[in-house]
Design a protein around this ligand. Structure first.
Ligand code: NAP
Length: 287
């Protein structure tokens, strides 16, 4: 039976450390602030944003939300981002995706100052990650790496197979795992014979968005299985991309859904807000 990687407990530990750091900043009259922009009325986004605001409140980070009408034009969105870039009281800017299809999200990400890019989505952050420079790392991949570190899972020389190549999860994960000296394979919807790849993996990371897609016969005995997927079944239950009940019988480590990668994503966002605040005040960062 696999060891459960408890993302909820690790995220709590990280949030507690961050609260201490935030309290220290406040003794120096520095109050970190995160600005979140949401465009339109997306129910899933509302849940994500609420969780982020709760985490901010717990740690002592100020939280400001900008709800924009779904019909706004690109210029209005960019104008708001530029205003927040200039605002010295704002340390981190997050544009919640998805945004309506008539808007260009990449152009919007590009407008966010690299100093406030707490999601790690700007070309500057992505480029720095790829050349191994210190930067804001996209929160979900960063959370996965923190899990490896906490559980002493060494990636050196390991065959890591990532299923999913999105800009926010799969692609930054490639770089994060390379930086840890893994041999990385990335699969996607056009990959032929997917299970031949997944069965080779010492470490299998799934970020697909399909409930229980990865079955036991697709996983090597003793593999570490990290399930990034969050899917709702017809019965309203949250499940991952992995058939947890069966795969946990043969994996060495596995993350649950919920309680795995999800809480880590928010903890790493909080981490990035504190990091941004410290950098903007020329204070050394711990992470
Ligand atoms: P996405 O942008 O939709 O990307 C999904 C990826 O999966 C794509 O690269 C796609 O391939 C690939 N894929 C789809 N069907 C496949 C198949 N049958 N075989 C192989 N690959 C397949 O999704 P995302 O934003 O990366 O999110 C992925 C999942 O992670 C979702 O469930 C999302 O809710 C969850 N998520 C969780 C967190 C967290 O904090 N835990 C954070 C972000 C996302 P193509 O590129 O070829 O289309």
């Amino acid at each position: 039976m696999a060891v459960l990687i408890d993302g909820k407990a690790l995220a709590k530990k990280i949030r507690e450390q961050l609260k201490t750091e935030c309290d220290e900043l406040k003794t120096n009259k520095i109050i970190p602030k995160l600005a979140v922009i949401m465009v339109g009325d997306n129910p899933a986004s509302k849940v994500y944003v609420r969780n982020k605001s709760r985490a901010c409140e717990e740690i002592g980070i100020e939280y400001e939300e900008y709800l924009l009408n779904e019909n706004i034009e690109q210029k209005e969105l960019i104008d708001l981002i530029e205003k927040l870039n200039e605002d010295k009281s704002v340390n981190g800017i997050l544009l919640q995706s998805p945004i309506p299809g008539h808007l260009n999200i990449n152009q919007a990400f590009k407008a966010i100052s690299y100093r406030k890019d707490v999601d790690g989505f700007t070309p500057s952050s992505v480029g720095k990650l790829s050349i191994g420079e210190d930067t804001f790392i996209s929160c979900t991949p960063y959370g996965v790496i923190k899990m490896f570190e906490e559980y002493n899972i060494d990636l050196t020389g390991k065959d890591v197979v990532i299923v999913g190549r999105s800009n926010i999860v799969g692609k930054p994960l490639i770089q994060c795992c390379l930086n840890k000296n893994a041999t990385v394979t990335v699969c996607h919807s056009k990959t032929k014979n997917l299970s031949e790849h997944t069965k080779r993996a010492d470490i299998l990371i799934t970020a697909i968005g399909r409930p229980k897609f990865v079955t036991k016969d697709m996983v090597k005995e003793g593999a570490v299985v990290i399930d990034v997927g969050i899917n709702r079944t017809e019965e309203g239950k949250l499940v991952g991309d992995v058939d947890f009940e069966n795969v946990e019988k043969i994996a060495s480590y596995i993350t649950p859904v919920p309680g795995g990668v999800g809480p880590m994503t928010i903890a790493m966002l909080m981490n990035n807000v504190i990091k941004a605040t410290k950098e903007q005040h020329n204070i050394n960062t711990k992470f």
